[in-house]
Design a protein around this ligand. Structure first.
Ligand SMILES: [Zn+2]
Length: 210
């Protein structure tokens, strides 16, 4: 009995190395022989095996937990990105619409016309285009005119003439034998009034709203 107890002590001392496969074959045989007839040591070995199996289980849990965190982080990044994209779209859309509304407040009336029997003109005709700018109340703010067909020697003469009427004509320019200028004659008038005025006093080729 005393010998058995001694054996138990030795076997249990060796068991940690035995389960890690660090013991010699002869030692293993000795341990197995003892365990076969000693339920106490068999139980100790069983408990050790169980403990070893628990560890990888815990590792699995940890990996699952970490994977879970990674998933949650990915999901959070996706949601945050989506929110940022939507917010940015809204802000861009807001300013885009705002600028569009401001531009859309203005309307334009365009007329192409001919002035016949003009001495200064190459073929006796001057060809012009007028664009009137109206605000949201359809009140004229300015009219830009481009006239062409002048003989090149007469463009400067006409330019000087128009430039003298500084109250009526502004921003006068001579570009490639064409005269560009603003006329203030219709400023403050309604669209209907200007449309009538133009059709009565000009030979209109084309009149449209743009
Ligand atoms: Zn034993």
């Amino acid at each position: 009995m005393k010998q058995d107890k001694q054996d138990c002590k030795i076997v249990q001392d060796l068991l940690p190395n035995y389960i890690e496969n660090l013991t010699y074959d002869e030692t293993n045989e000795y341990i197995r022989n003892h365990i076969a007839k000693c339920p106490k040591c068999a139980k100790v070995l069983n408990n050790m095996d169980a403990e070893i199996e628990i560890e990888p289980l815990n590792q699995d849990k940890e990996i699952k937990y970490l994977k879970g965190i990674r998933k949650r982080v990915k999901r959070t990044i996706a949601v945050v990105s989506l929110v940022i994209i939507i917010t940015a779209s809204c802000i861009i859309g807001y300013f885009y619409n705002k600028s569009k509304i401001q531009v859309n407040n203005y309307t334009f009336l365009r007329a192409s016309y001919i002035k016949k029997n003009q001495e200064d003109a190459i073929d006796g005709n001057l060809y012009g285009t007028m664009i009137a700018v109206f605000d949201e109340n359809k009140i004229c703010k300015s009219v830009r005119v481009v006239e062409e067909g002048y003989k090149s020697e007469n463009v400067q003469k006409q330019y000087n003439l128009i430039n003298e009427f500084i109250d009526c004509y502004t921003n006068v320019m001579s570009i490639d034998n064409k005269l560009h200028y603003n006329t203030n004659y219709w400023n403050g008038q309604t669209k209907e009034r200007i449309q009538n005025d133009w059709t009565e006093n000009y030979i209109i080729i084309k009149l449209d709203e743009i």
